[in-house]
Ligand binder design. Structure first.
Ligand code: ZN
Ligand code: ZN
Length: 416
């Protein structure tokens, strides 16, 4: 049993975080249903979100909980073959809910290293089974058919990793404060603060869209990488309009502008700059080589088995589906902390994602069919996994169709 540290988290700020999730993150509409996934450890936030959502006129809220003890129990006692199975019926049901107009909210709070001590081959098989089963739901989410949001809640196990030198109580309080600050809740008027922040991100993406780069060139220690951008790509950042017409902020926090690489026009090599925590295991010191957009060689100092299994998920797993720019001075990066959580770490550094692209990263993306996105260089995969390649030592050039270059980043910061 874990002790209950939830009482030391400021209830007023927690309530504001719930309000931000519902009003800014989801932009929940009157009468709209909501599918809410969370770990039981995040129950205090989930209850506040439900209250805020019902006050905002939510239709039916359906919470779906996981439990860390229960996950570990599976690794300790479940029979061998069961690691290739996942609850496909559940994700088909979620997809059905999204097709019927439900919004989706995920609360992230898990211990990032929950499965670090377990059999890595089993972890890899479980990840693959999950990816396959999850596809119907992921399609609706990655295609922005509905408004969705991911937000996080500070649990003591996660906090102890981020603040190893503090007591559990102090660490939990400290992580809560970081989450509140990064989520712009430590502010008299969080809603206005988010409107201003979204406007700043929109300015960056508009500049990039006007430049119409055909590729970005990343250089830095261990990295010499040219990422061709998809034809008709469009940069996104901050608030998004989903296909149901609702304006949402999918990630809270968010500091990135991002677009779709061309799946077959990536060349060179790249080294990760932060560890990637994926489904309870740590993958650190990633080094990969690309040829014609495909990863032809992959190494990791830690978690190489899980990494290679991820790359073997399907054909698209070896190609990129996202490239994102985040300045080294972003507030999350400036905290100097390593969160072992992609929602935070990806907003502290430029990153790329293996796998599925976002259709909204294409001009008129919502009206394009899958095949039309593939023709433009979009990537298709069961996975979408972001990992960090940015730092204070990274330079990025924008390359235009005529070969001319424009400084985009110098020493990890916007050059414009
Ligand atoms: Zn991203
Ligand atoms: Zn991503």
């Amino acid at each position: 049993m874990q002790s209950d540290y939830s009482k030391i988290i400021d209830p007023v700020k927690l309530d504001r975080l719930a309000e931000i999730a519902v009003k800014v993150g989801l932009g929940l509409k009157m009468g709209q249903d909501l599918v809410l996934t969370a770990s039981l450890s995040a129950l205090p936030l989930v209850r506040r979100i439900a209250e805020q959502a019902y006050k905002a006129g939510a239709g039916l809220i359906t919470p779906i909980f996981s439990d860390e003890e229960l996950t570990l129990s599976r690794f300790h006692h479940a029979y061998e073959m069961s690691f290739d199975r996942a609850a496909d019926w559940l994700y088909e049901g979620m997809a059905k809910a999204y097709t019927s107009g439900a919004a989706r909210l995920a609360v992230v709070s898990d211990n990032p290293l929950l499965l670090a001590g377990q059999d890595q081959a089993k972890v890899a098989r479980l990840n693959k089974a999950m990816s396959i089963a999850y596809q119907p739901a992921l399609e609706k989410i990655a295609g922005f058919y509905i408004n969705w949001n991911i937000i996080s809640y500070p649990t003591s196990a996660w906090a102890s990793l981020v603040f190893p030198d503090l007591s559990i109580v102090e660490a939990t309080r400290a992580l809560a404060e970081v989450i509140f600050t990064a989520s712009r809740v430590n502010n008299d008027d969080p809603i206005t603060a988010w409107a201003n922040h979204n406007w700043q991100l929109k300015k960056r993406s508009t500049w990039l869209n006007n430049e119409r780069f055909s590729a970005l060139h990343f250089s830095g220690p261990g990295t010499n990488l040219t990422i061709g951008l998809a034809d008709d790509h469009e940069w996104q950042g901050g608030a998004s309009v989903s296909r149901n017409g609702v304006i949402c902020n999918p990630n809270i926090p968010t500091e990135e502008v991002f677009t779709a690489p061309h799946a077959y026009r990536v060349e060179g090599h790249v080294r990760s700059t932060k560890p990637l925590s994926h489904q309870g295991t740590l993958i650190d010191g990633i080094f990969v080589k690309f040829e014609n957009g495909q990863i032809v060689e992959a190494h990791a100092d830690k978690g190489e088995v899980v990494l290679n299994e991820l790359l073997d998920t399907d054909k698209g797993a070896r190609h990129l589906g996202e490239v994102a720019l985040v300045p080294h001075s972003s507030p999350i990066s400036a905290s100097g902390l390593l969160f072992y959580n992609t929602l935070f770490d990806e907003n502290a550094a430029c990153h790329i994602a293996l796998g599925q692209c976002y259709s909204k990263c294409f001009h008129n993306g919502e009206s394009l069919r899958d095949e039309e996105i593939l023709v433009r260089g979009g990537n298709k995969s069961l996975i979408h996994i972001d990992w960090m390649i940015g730092s204070g030592n990274i330079d990025i050039d924008g390359i235009k169709a005529d070969g001319s270059r424009v400084f985009v980043f110098r020493k990890g910061e916007w050059a414009i």
